[in-house]
Design a protein around this ligand. Structure first.
Ligand code: 3HC
Ligand code: NAI
Length: 698
């Protein structure tokens, strides 16, 4: 193994070169290597300066996140940064790629900082439920002032070199190899007689209105607690002597590291990456992807086409007639106009995407050259089968045929073709050019290289791709149907839809289930209820009060009336006064005496329903790992990232308690609350969902 930190002498300068691929995280070995390098340089009388540089694609991407939660190992990072700063030698950091978290804290411990123009600097600990814990909260505000430092730490954004120079975080920006520009800068500093310059010795940062800053930070955090704690740490920098501020920062960091929120966010960090690593796909080469076809240019087809165009794929979109084709083109151009306005693309790119890269046609013969086609026509099996038979005839051999169906059986769709091995589900979420989730639905006969290509497409579109098996609703919509039903039951029993929405946004969901239903369109649920009515079990409780609204032509946001009333052209909504009346009528019909629910009980029942179904989805192999379900809920259903996903949440609550609640609810409604076998097994064995994640699955 190569040394994680190499030591070499160049004239009067000792170079400490970090080599810990892939991103030079500050593992124990790197920290030790840096400390040893400093000792060695200081012991060498010929050495006057130390240059710290990184090998590979980054200077340092931060603390080694895999070490969090394990027993601390010396030397610790805050002490290392202070040890670097206290050196009698001149210490220079030369940065390229990213310098993040603990990496920037090491650089702030150095006396001079130089970077390439393309370098990016940041303190992203906020995204891990933490705060910068190696002096970042104490040193950065001494350079930038309190307000700016708080903004940088709460946003966690990556700052460009030019901005960092302007703020005084960098002393110099120069093109060139980091070691070459660093050595030249060190030589320049030595020959000009520059002296040691410690950030900690600068005046304490300015006092601001700390209470207002704290309140504003919590608001920005939308339920995240660490944003407020970051403000308190900067307040300590302003009010306490430097070393006392460091101690305060360390105590706050330790508290946050123990919090459920940081556990949830660290779980999300690793699993959003792990979710597309499937052992059975190792070494399987994806098929080539240059042009894709999209069938149907409605809400989803237009969104998928937009995402593909923005990812530099050529798109051929097929509609049923010229009018529909024009409408589809209009939708795609509208989406791309949005990207243009936000600066994601420029005018020449917009022009190229809407002309050269996009073909909208009504003839399947235009699909002859596409490598993969995604069907997004009406959710109707007969229509889908007809489309797939046509695709089978029109597409070249080896082209992949994918369906964006929300619920329908991909095996049955595949059977409508002569090439079921080339058929797969690629389930996008609305709006498809914005939402990060992609379910890659693997049918019985789908070939391995078709699955790999699905993941490859996901990566190229910037999506989090999750493998799902075939069942009604796959991973996400299947679980949604169940927790949504739990909410419906609570309405029948006395909780108002508005209290439920409030309780769940209070928990951290982006939206409550009834606001979501209005957005998606109440007609979808109405049609599903009618479709499923015949096969329904006698014990199944299905509220129908909302059907009365649908019968009057009110389908939610798109018609201006649903659970809420919407004013045209405005995003604001107010509760619909008809809803409580409709609910009361149904309760009277069913002889239900409504009761009060606390917000806490609402959240608990909703979450227990979600966890129970999620456990069944894992048990049946529809999802490979509990973390796969977590990522689906996080990236497709507005689940708060700081809770990590439903199964991480369940682990943190304690599985025995969750199961006990489900069994208690089952005493009222044994049909709905059937405890998942996997949940019972895990409780009996004293294991957690995370134990299954570590073992690679069920
Ligand atoms: N510790 C451990 N592993 C890390 C890591 C870190 N800080 N940063 C990245 N990795 C790992 C990833 O898990 C991934 O592993 P995998 O290949 O096994 O999945 C691998 O490095 C490559 O990462 P990406 O796939 O994300 O590569 P990209 O090039 O897309 O992105 C990056 C690189 C911008 C550095 C991105 O990985 C990132 O944002 N990393 C996290 C940075 C961060 O949060 N730093 C702060 C850490 S906390 C801290 O420093 C506390 C201190 O204040 C005390
Ligand atoms: P939509 O009704 O907005 O669009 C469907 C489009 O398909 C229409 O423009 C129609 O003209 C076209 N079309 C119908 N038959 C066709 C054919 N034979 N050939 C070519 N085009 C044809 O529907 P939406 O919402 O875009 O849904 C499409 C599919 O995506 C459905 O299977 C749906 O379940 C699924 N889906 C929908 C989501 C949503 O939130 N709307 C989310 C994820 C999946």
């Amino acid at each position: 193994m190569t040394d994680p930190v190499s030591y070499s002498i160049h004239g009067h300068v000792a170079v400490l070169r970090i080599n810990n691929p892939p991103v030079n995280a500050l593992s124990q070995a790197v920290r030790q290597g840096l400390a040893d390098g400093m000792d060695r340089a200081e012991a060498d009388t010929a050495v006057k300066a130390v240059l710290v540089v990184g090998e590979g694609r980054a200077f340092i991407a931060g603390a080694d996140i895999t070490e969090f939660g394990k027993p601390p190992m010396e030397p610790n990072l805050p002490d290392l940064c202070t040890r670097i700063e206290n050196s009698p030698l001149l210490v220079i950091a030369s940065m390229h790629g990213v310098t993040l978290g603990g990496g920037l804290e090491v650089a702030l411990g150095a006396h001079y900082r130089i970077a390439q123009p393309s370098a990016r600097l940041g303190l992203p600990e906020v995204h891990l439920g933490l705060l910068p814990g190696a002096g970042g909260t104490q040193r950065l505000p001494r350079l930038t002032g309190s307000d700016k430092a708080i903004e940088i730490m709460i946003s966690g954004r990556q700052i460009k070199a030019a901005e960092a120079l302007e703020m005084g975080v960098l002393d110099k920006v120069e093109e060139g190899d980091p070691q070459v520009i660093g050595l030249a800068y060190a030589t320049e500093l030595l020959s000009s007689g520059a002296t040691r310059r410690a950030v900690s010795e600068l005046p304490a940062p300015d006092a601001i209105d700390w209470e207002a800053a704290h309140e504003g930070a919590l608001k920005k955090g939308r339920g995240q607690i660490n944003t407020g704690v970051i403000v308190r740490a900067v307040q300590a920098a302003s009010e306490l002597p430097f070393m006392d501020g460091m101690a305060r920062e360390r105590a706050l960091f330790a508290d946050l590291l123990k919090s459920d929120q940081s556990k949830g966010m660290i779980h999300a960090f690793f699993n959003e990456r792990a979710v597309s690593n499937l052992h059975e796909l190792k070494g399987v080469t994806p098929r080539a992807l240059n042009a894709i076809g999209v069938i149907g240019g409605g809400t989803m087809g237009a969104g998928i086409a937009t995402a593909a165009l923005l990812a530099k794929l050529n798109v051929v979109l097929i509609e049923t007639g010229q009018e529909q084709a024009d409408a589809a083109r209009g939708r795609i151009e509208g989406n791309l106009q949005g990207a243009l306005k936000r600066g994601k693309i420029n005018q020449p790119q917009y022009d190229a995407l809407t002309t050269e890269a996009l073909t909208v046609a009504i003839d399947y013969a235009s699909l002859g050259d596409v490598d993969l086609v995604i069907e997004a026509v009406f959710e109707d099996m007969a229509v889908k089968k007809e489309v797939f038979a046509k695709l089978d005839a029109a597409c070249k051999a080896g082209a992949i045929l994918a369906s964006n169906t929300s619920y329908l059986d991909i095996d049955e769709i595949a059977a409508a073709t002569s090439r079921p091995a080339d058929v797969i589900g690629l389930h996008f979420f609305s709006p498809a050019h914005v939402m990060k989730l992609l379910e890659v639905v693997v049918a019985d006969k789908t070939a391995a290289d078709v699955v790999t290509t699905g993941f490859d497409l996901g990566k190229r579109l910037g999506k989090i791709a999750v493998r799902a098996g075939v069942c009604d609703g796959f991973i996400g919509n299947r679980i949604l149907a169940v927790y949504r039903t739990a909410a419906d039951h609570m309405v029948l029993d006395g909780a108002s839809p508005y209290q439920i929405d409030r309780a769940l946004t209070g928990f951290g969901f982006a939206m409550g289930p009834f606001a979501v239903a209005d957005l998606a369109g109440l007609d979808i649920g109405w049609m599903t209820r009618k479709r499923k009515a015949a096969g329904r079990h006698a014990d199944e409780r299905v509220p129908t009060y909302i059907d009365r609204l649908c019968e009057q032509g009110h389908f939610g946001r798109k018609t201006g009336e649903g659970y809420y009333l919407y004013e045209a052209g405005s995003r604001a909504s107010v509760p619909n006064p008809k809803i409580p009346e409709l609910i009361a009528t149904e309760q009277a019909d069913l002889n239900i005496t409504p009761r009060d629910f606390t917000d806490q009980e609402i959240v608990r029942r909703y979450m227990c329903a979600m966890v129970n179904e999620a456990a069944k989805v894992v048990e049946e192999g529809i999802a490979r790992r509990p973390a796969d379900v977590d990522m689906v809920l996080l990236f497709g259903y507005g689940f708060p990232r700081y809770s990590g996903g439903p199964l991480k949440w369940a682990d943190l609550q304690g599985l025995a308690d969750v199961l006990a609640d489900i069994e208690r609810y089952a005493q009222e409604d044994a049909w709905f609350w059937q405890p998942a076998g996997l949940l019972k097994t895990l409780v009996a064995e004293g294991r957690s969902f995370d134990d299954l994640n570590r073992a690679g699955g069920k």
